[in-house]
Write a protein that binds this ligand. Structure first.
Ligand SMILES: [Zn+2]
Length: 621
C-alpha cells in the first residue's frame, strides 16, 4: 500500500482532475471545488476530526464533499469505508447515479475498481471490492443488521433527517460504532438537508462547532447571508392573493444597505471563510451549514421565485429545508405557559352549573388499569366548556366485572341540566378501547351513545372514521391532528385576541390540580421525518390531554350524526322547545327527540350554586 499522501484533498482534486462532473451543464469537465467546499473535505484528513456534520440546502455541499472524502480515501489512503443512507432505494441511487459514475469517468480511479465481469471479486448490492482488496460498503441505516456486520475506519451517512431512533437505538450512533476499533483514524461524516428542529441532523449539528460561511461586503462588514436581506415587492394575482414578484428582488447588505448584484455576490462568496459559531461544541466535531444564497449556480431572483411558489402553496417548510438548509419550526413546537393557562380557570361553571348557552354535552373516557378517567364538555358552535374531569376507580378495569364500568354507565346516563332546569342533551360518549378492546366493546353495547374509539396510526387520516367490525361499531380517531387542534385552541386562549379562536375553550376551576400540566405534557417531536405529538421527557401523565382531545373529536362526530347540514340550528330549536317545557314545568318526563335513544334514569339533583365572579378576568396576566 502507498503511504498516505500529505496533500489536501481539494488540492489533489484540482491538480489531477481526478473527479469529473457527472451531471449538470458542466458534465464531463473536471470538478474544481468552490472555495466553501474545500475545508469540509480537507478537514477530514486531520486526525483531530472525529466527525463532520453537514446541515445544508440540497445540491450545494453534501454530495461533493462526501464523494471527495471517499475518493481521496480510495486513492491516497486505502481502507474499507461505508456509505449509508436512510433507505435501500436512496443508497442505490447514490451508488449508481452519483458515486460510481464519478469513479468510472475518472482517469485515476477507474483503475482501482474490479470489472463487473471479474468473478473473483465479491461484488453485490451491499459491497464493492476494490483491486487492492479493500471494500466499499453500501448500507441502509434503517436495517440495523446492515450496520452490525462490518467494521471500517470511515462511514459516510447521507439524508439522516428521515431516520427514526428505533428500538435498536440511534442509527447514527450504530453506524459510528462501526469505526470504534480505529481510534484516532475513525471518521464519521453525517450530511442531510434538515427537516425539523432537533431531528437527527439538527441534533448532530447542534453538538458541532456550527461553522457558517461568512462574506465581507466592500463596506467592510463581515456577515452571513440570510433571507431577510432579500427584498422584493408583492404582486396581486387574479384570485386576490398576493405573492412576491421575483423580478423586483434585491439583495441588500445588512450594514450599508447597498444593493448587492449577482456579480458582487459571486465575488463575496468566493472570498468568504468558515467561522465557527458554537464554542460549546463537542471536541473534534466540525459542523458546516450553508444555504443556496451562496450558490454560484443559481440566482437570488430564482430563489425568490421558489419562495413565491412556496408561499402560494403554503409550503414554506420545503423552502426552509431545501433552499435555506434550515430546520422548520412548527408554531406548535413552542412551549405553552401553564401558569398563564391556570389563570383562565373559571368559578362560573362546572358540572352542576352548566352555562345556559350550552347546547349539548359530549363525554370521553380513557381507560387505565386502576381507573376510568372521564372528561365532560358542554358546547355550542363557538364555545366549549370543560365542565369536569372525573375518576371512577376500581381494581383491574380491563375486566367487565370491574365496578368502575357500572359507575361510569350511571355517570354518563345522568340527565345534565342547566341551573334553570333545562335539559342539555348528551350526544356522544367516546370510550377508548385501546387497552381492553373486548371489555370496551361489550360496555359500549349497553347504550347507543357509547362509542368505542381507538387512535389511528396515520397522521393524514380523517379526524374520525366509523367502521363496523362484526357487530361492533368502532370510531378511529386521528389523535395527532386532534392534539394539534387542542394546542391551537390553547394558543388562541393565551393570545391577545382569544375571541379570534375558531372555538373558545373554557376551563372550570373544578378540574384536578395537575390538569394543565397533563394538557401540555406532550410536545411535537420529529419521528420518522414527521412531527409527532409525544410525551415530553420526564412526563408520565397525559390522560387529561387524551380525554379533551377525544371529547373535542366527539363534538365534531356528534354534530355530523344529527342528520342535518345545520346541526347547531337543530340544537337551538331543541333548546327553545325544552326551555318552554322547563317553563311549563309539567312535562317532567317528556323524552326529547334528540335524547330518544336515552334510557330512563333518575334525574340527578341540580345544585343551584350561586354564580360567582371569576377571580381573574379573562385577559388576566
Ligand atoms: Zn455593506
Amino acid at each position: 500500500m502507498k503511504p498516505p499522501i500529505k496533500q489536501k484533498t481539494s488540492e489533489w482534486i484540482k491538480t489531477t482532475g481526478a473527479m469529473k462532473l457527472v451531471d449538470g451543464p458542466g458534465m464531463g469537465l473536471d470538478y474544481i471545488p468552490w472555495n466553501f467546499q474545500c475545508l469540509p473535505m480537507d478537514i477530514a484528513q486531520e486526525r483531530s476530526t472525529k466527525k463532520i456534520v453537514i446541515q445544508a440546502c440540497s445540491q450545494l455541499l453534501k454530495t461533493q464533499v462526501m464523494t471527495a472524502i471517499a475518493i481521496n480515501k480510495m486513492y491516497n489512503d486505502p481502507a474499507n469505508f461505508a456509505f449509508a443512507s436512510s433507505s435501500e432505494d436512496d443508497i442505490k441511487k447514490f451508488k449508481q447515479g452519483k458515486f460510481m459514475p464519478v469513479i468510472e469517468t475518472s482517469p485515476v480511479l477507474a483503475k482501482l475498481v474490479t470489472s463487473k465481469s471479474d468473478k473473483a471479486a465479491a461484488n453485490n448490492a451491499k459491497q464493492t471490492e476494490l483491486k487492492n482488496g479493500t471494500f466499499i460498503y453500501w448500507l441502509n441505516m434503517n436495517t440495523p443488521k446492515d450496520l452490525r456486520g462490518i467494521t471500517c475506519s470511515t462511514v459516510l451517512l447521507d439524508e439522516v433527517s428521515n431516520l427514526v431512533i428505533g428500538e435498536q437505538g440511534n442509527p447514527i450512533k450504530l453506524a459510528e460504532g462501526r469505526t470504534s476499533t480505529f481510534g484516532q483514524d475513525a471518521l464519521t461524516v453525517v450530511a442531510s438537508t434538515p427537516l425539523f428542529k432537533n431531528d437527527l441532523i439538527n441534533s448532530e449539528f447542534n453538538l458541532s462547532d456550527k461553522r457558517y460561511w461568512y462574506v465581507t461586503h466592500k463596506c467592510g462588514h463581515e456577515y452571513r447571508f440570510e433571507w431577510d436581506q432579500v427584498k422584493f415587492q408583492f404582486k396581486q394575482l387574479e384570485n386576490g392573493r398576493a405573492i412576491p414578484d421575483s423580478t423586483t428582488s434585491k439583495l441588500l447588505c445588512p450594514h450599508c444597505e447597498e444593493v448587492i448584484d449577482e456579480h458582487t455576490r459571486h465575488q463575496m462568496v468566493d472570498k468568504g471563510r468558515w467561522i465557527a459559531t458554537n464554542p460549546d461544541g463537542e471536541k473534534g466535531v466540525v459542523g458546516f451549514g450553508i444555504s443556496r444564497m451562496y450558490s454560484p449556480l443559481g440566482t437570488i431572483e430564482e430563489m425568490v421565485a421558489r419562495y413565491a411558489d412556496a408561499l402560494y402553496n403554503f409550503n414554506l417548510q420545503t423552502f426552509m429545508n431545501n433552499e435555506m438548509g434550515e430546520v422548520w419550526e412548527d408554531e406548535y413546537q413552542k412551549e405553552v405557559d401553564i401558569i398563564a393557562l391556570e389563570q383562565h380557570k373559571s368559578d362560573k361553571f362546572n358540572l352542576h352549573n352548566i352555562p345556559e348557552n350550552a347546547l349539548a354535552i359530549c363525554t370521553s373516557t380513557d381507560q387505565q388499569l386502576d381507573r376510568l378517567e372521564t372528561t365532560v364538555i358542554a358546547f355550542n358552535e363557538k364555545d366549549v366548556w370543560v365542565l369536569c374531569h372525573v375518576f371512577h376507580r376500581s381494581h383491574d378495569c380491563t375486566k367487565d366485572e370491574s365496578p368502575a364500568w357500572n359507575e361510569l354507565e350511571e355517570f354518563c346516563k345522568q340527565q345534565f341540566k342547566t341551573p334553570s332546569g333545562r335539559i342539555i342533551p348528551t350526544l356522544a360518549c367516546f370510550v377508548d378501547s385501546g387497552n381492553a378492546t373486548q371489555t370496551v366493546y361489550r360496555f359500549s353495547s349497553r347504550w347507543a351513545k357509547f362509542s368505542p374509539i381507538k387512535g389511528g396510526k396515520s397522521i393524514d387520516a380523517d379526524l374520525f372514521k366509523q367502521s363496523t367490525r362484526g357487530r361492533e361499531k368502532l370510531v378511529t380517531l386521528n389523535t395527532q391532528a386532534g392534539k394539534s387542534t387542542v394546542r391551537k385552541l390553547l394558543n388562541h386562549l393565551l393570545s391577545d385576541d382569544p375571541d379570534a379562536a375558531p372555538t373558545r375553550l373554557h376551563f372550570s376551576s373544578s378540574l384536578p390540580f395537575d390538569y394543565y400540566e397533563q394538557l401540555t405534557a406532550e410536545e411535537l417531536r420529529p419521528q420518522g421525518g414527521r412531527l409527532m405529538w409525544l410525551l415530553k421527557k420526564g412526563q408520565k401523565r397525559n390522560e387529561a390531554l387524551d380525554c379533551l382531545n377525544y371529547a373535542l373529536i366527539a363534538r365534531e362526530y356528534a354534530v355530523t350524526k344529527l342528520g342535518t347540514k345545520q346541526p347547531y340550528r337543530k340544537l337551538r330549536q331543541f333548546k327553545a322547545t325544552s326551555q318552554e317545557e322547563t317553563t311549563a314545568a309539567a312535562a317532567v318526563q317528556v323524552q326529547p327527540v334528540i335524547n330518544k335513544e336515552e334510557t330512563k334514569t333518575k334525574p340527578v339533583p341540580v345544585k343551584h350554586t350561586k354564580v360567582q365572579r371569576p377571580r381573574n378576568n379573562w385577559f388576566g396576566k
